[in-house]
Write a protein that binds this ligand. Structure first.
Ligand SMILES: [Mn+2]
Length: 245
């Protein structure tokens, strides 16, 4: 029952636009408002989430419905993987430091089974074909040891690599703010136009960049006021990833 495919390739979207959004963390109603704001058209456009669909927010169980929509895609996040670990489908590498799964108790066994099946089918990486070249989606980061996107994909059947891809913060911590000058040339990943990630909440709620790697978890799932900046969901049009909508 557990597929856990290494990665998924999405063909180019010739009809509409492709949008990428940061960690959703059980806040699908907020995402719906964002989709309204940007004029999302489900018959033509696609929405791709960088993972962590569940935990923190009040609507984690809606992930099962969303993963059934033909316009919605996501990669595995460490919170999603942690649920699979809890269900016995993944090893201890995917355990969280803190238990975030209290909401799970309120779900019927049928609802749990449905969610389990959908989360188990999440790919660890996603590649979207665009006019500018392939764009890669991975929850946390492509570990620095990999010289190219393709070399990373080839090793995605390795549990250690999967664990790093959903949990690492090594490169994320070195990312500059998207709109601030920095040494962007470093750490360019070969074989891909861009990679887009979440997982590490951005300081000041501003998207980050290192070479052609972007981090867009600007804490739209957060309740309350962060110390700096304004928590919000970042959505990027994949054709212009440096200009968040
Ligand atoms: Mn995460």
């Amino acid at each position: 029952m557990s597929h856990q495919p290494p990665f998924l390739r999405l063909p180019r979207n010739h009809l509409g636009r492709d949008f990428v959004i940061g960690d959703i963390h059980g806040h699908f109603s907020r995402v719906e408002r964002e989709l309204e704001r940007i004029g999302f058209r489900p018959t033509r456009d696609r929405l791709i989430c960088v993972g962590d669909l569940v935990d923190r927010g009040p609507e984690s169980e809606r992930a099962a419905d969303w993963l059934g929509y033909d316009w919605f895609f996501a990669v595995m996040g460490n919170h999603d993987a942690s649920l699979l670990h809890r269900w016995g489908l993944l090893g201890a590498k995917f355990e969280l430091w803190h238990d975030h799964h209290g909401w799970l108790e309120r779900l019927s066994s049928d609802a749990q089974a449905r969610l389990r099946e959908r989360l188990a089918a999440l790919p660890w990486a996603l590649e979207i074909d665009t006019a500018a070249g392939p764009v890669g989606i991975v929850h946390a980061e492509v570990p620095e040891a990999f010289a190219s996107w393709q070399a990373f994909l080839r090793r995605l059947d390795d549990e250690q690599v999967r664990s790093q891809a959903v949990s690492n913060r090594d490169l994320a911590r070195r990312a500059d703010d998207l709109d601030a000058p920095g040494e962007y040339a470093d750490h360019r990943l070969a074989g891909v136009a861009w990679t887009i990630h979440g997982h590490t909440p951005r300081r000041y709620c501003r998207p980050g960049r290192l070479g052609n790697r972007l981090w867009i978890d600007t804490m739209g799932w957060f309740d309350g006021t962060p110390q700096y900046g304004e928590a919000r969901f970042t959505i990027v049009d994949i054709r212009a990833p440096l200009t968040p909508l």
